[in-house]
Design a protein around this ligand. Structure first.
Ligand code: SOE
Length: 390
């Protein structure tokens, strides 16, 4: 039987536009969804998208994203733009009855997040927030081990998300470093992932004690050609602007289930490119994950005789590990882009009425609430209960 076509409007033709377009194209080649995704429109503001459309096979280009909301032939709006644009786009998509994929960080404030959630819930559409690392097989397998009780009572979460791409003081004040566009620095960009993983794997943070730090307080205003990961023309700039976001954020996290943990993020950890790392310690065992070795999970079984205890490395590439049967034989590892394909399979299943897809806008709102609590804690120099953020 032929698959039902599902028409996608992608907004944003940058890093995420590319990652998402690849996932839409690949998903049916590896998974068996009920739908055939059709890349109908790529929408953006000003950067020319004609080449992008040709490369990825979009039928049309528009520089007016609002026009896609008015079209009856669009089923899914996929938002891959800078954070400050998510709210207006997601609410417009929900009001137009479109299913929504939204990139992280969800939005700038908890108040905005609640509005987005409300609009999506009222519309009854499927809403998915793309924290893609949940879909690394090793992370999903860690979840299985925890749910099976293999770690026992969870005592600790240690999460660190470390990068180094703005250590050069000449790196310009790109949108990721502007508070009104990004919401925060690594606190929003990277700790959002760590908070998502912590909530997914061990539970709800209840209170936080955080310190955020900005090392470089003024930076060159971005010149032509400055992009997210290059210094652009910053070095020759004559005009400077204030950096209003954090460069690093360290938080102690108290979980509602009694666990105690930490979440840290930085763009100044030299040598760390995309070091998304966590450790979970429980009464019966422990696990360690590092995205830079994303096909592996370190596992310690604390019920073993102490003479034989030690972390062992599980290659999460067996066909009965999560998502793996869609890909390659044992030992044939997958990469970053596959997490997006795995996610879009789950999203399409939710649209088909086969289960739900998480994280959704509920999770998005709670993640932003926790990040706001971390900022408040740092600003006020005190422990903040997440419930204080209203
Ligand atoms: C840049 O810091 C970035 O691309 C984040 O925005 C992503 O969410 C993360 O997955 C990798 O780093």
């Amino acid at each position: 039987m032929g698959k039902k076509k599902i028409n996608i409007a992608m907004i944003g033709g940058g890093f995420m536009g590319k990652a998402h377009s690849n996932a839409w194209r690949r998903v049916n080649e590896f998974f068996d969804t009920d739908f055939e995704p059709v890349l109908k429109v790529i929408a953006g503001n000003k950067t020319p998208l004609e080449d992008f459309a040709e490369r990825w096979g979009y039928e049309e280009v528009t520089y007016d994203w609002r026009s896609v909301m008015e079209r009856d032939d669009i089923d899914v709006v996929d938002i891959g733009t800078p954070t400050y644009e998510h709210k207006e786009m997601a609410i417009a998509a929900a009001k137009a009855g479109k299913h929504i994929v939204c990139e992280k960080p969800f939005t700038l404030t908890y108040a905005d997040a609640k509005e987005m959630l409300d609009a999506a819930e009222k519309a009854g559409v499927v809403h998915y927030l793309n924290h893609n690392y949940r879909r690394a097989p090793a992370v999903a397998y860690a979840k299985q081990l925890i749910e099976e009780g293999r770690l026992g009572t969870i005592y600790h979460w240690r999460g660190a998300y470390l990068q180094d791409w703005i250590t050069d003081p000449d790196f310009p004040l790109s949108w990721q470093l502007q508070k009104d566009k990004a919401g925060g620095g690594p606190l929003f960009d990277l700790s959002s992932h760590a908070v998502d993983l912590a909530r997914y794997l061990i539970g709800e943070p209840e209170a936080v004690t955080a310190v955020n730090k900005t090392f470089i307080k003024k930076r060159p205003l971005p010149g032509v050609g400055a992009t997210a990961f290059t210094a652009g023309t910053g070095a020759s700039a004559t005009e400077f602007g204030d950096v209003e976001v954090d460069d690093a954020s360290f938080a102690v996290v108290e979980f509602a289930n009694g666990a105690l943990g930490s979440i840290e993020s930085s763009r100044f950890a030299v040598g760390r490119k995309n070091y998304n790392y966590f450790e979970v310690y429980g009464s019966k065992g422990a696990i360690i994950f590092n995205l830079e070795r994303m096909n592996e999970l370190q596992y310690l079984d604390f019920t073993h005789d102490s003479k034989e205890q030690g972390f062992r490395t599980i290659m999460v590439t067996e066909s009965d590990h999560p998502y793996v049967s869609a890909w390659w034989p044992p030992g044939h590892i997958i990469g970053y882009e596959h997490t997006f394909v795995n996610a879009f399979n789950d999203f399409l299943n939710a649209v088909a009425g086969k289960g739900t897809v998480k994280p959704d806008f509920h999770d998005g709102a709670q993640i932003i609430r926790i990040l706001e609590a971390m900022r408040k804690s740092s600003d006020e120099g005190r422990r903040v209960a997440v419930s204080e953020i209203e």
